[in-house]
Design a protein around this ligand. Sequence first.
Ligand code: UDP
Ligand code: MG
Length: 321
Amino acid sequence: MYPEWLKRLSVVIPLYNEEENVEELHQRLTDVLTELPFEYEIIYVDDGSTDNTPYLLERISSEDEHVLAMSLRRNFGQTAAFAAGFDFCRGDVIVTMDGDLQNDPADIPRLLEHIDRYDLVSGWRKNRKDPFLSRRLPSMIANWLISKVTGVKLHDYGCSLKAYRREVIKNLNLYGEMHRFIPAVASWYGVRFTEVETTHHPRKRGKSKYGLSRTVKVILDLITVKFLQSFSTKPIQFFGSFGLISGFIGFLISLYLTIRKLFWGEEIGGRPLLLLGVLLIIVGIQLIGMGLISEMLVRVYHESQKKPIYVIKRILGKKEK
Ligand code: UDP
Ligand code: MG
């Protein structure tokens, strides 16, 4: 029931001050993973913890050959920690999850059952066990907004428990800033994804690292993602169209005033409309200029990284030289 190409699984877990959870997490994870019919590795990324997390990880990794543990120099945030783990993992499928036991390791096999037909399987915390006002309500709004704006339909973007095929992660290196948008970004590349209901537990030990402020950051990230999605390869069309409209209206206003001045000899120096006309023309020119500069940036971005504007799924046949 698992695909035959799945020879090794990587589990990537970010940890920030989770000393009370690390040992139980490792135990429960190992119980689940040893039952699976393929190799596995666990990658723990200590995201600059100031408690005993790194020492516990050091011990676990010396005792268990399946474990690769690393410590980031300071607290870079959950997304960066995932990115670090991705850079070191060698599995055919990569599973991500939280390190506070709110996600249940026992759900991993259920995600993997779908990885043969899909490239990305996302967990859905249907019965989420977090405080309503500070966490679930903002999430509901964020989830609604994200699905409207990106056009990607998922119930729960914030769930860390996800399974990816290796290629998905490899193609997404550049978007390391925003792990909750990976499904959205991935879908533009034609990645097939699905959702699986997963269990969610209240946090038993340790403190949540986030509060309401995260919602603001998510919304700003969303604007960035939307912009990248719609215009990253054609910024001139975005800025330029506003520029043209603004410039054109400014031109009409100025033309009107000029005619009144020339043919009726009207005094136009004190008219607010003059100010508006001039402003619109200047703004229009600025916007078009901005569009052109962005076009150059886009080219530098794509060409310097040798990043093609397409993604190949696989090569179907090879021609011998
Ligand atoms: N985390 C991290 N770096 C951070 C914040 C959080 O690596 O700067 C980890 C944290 O240790 C946990 C996961 O990300 O394993 C989710 O964090 P948390 O449980 O605080 O988020 P919540 O479940 O409250 O959304
Ligand atoms: Mg949590």
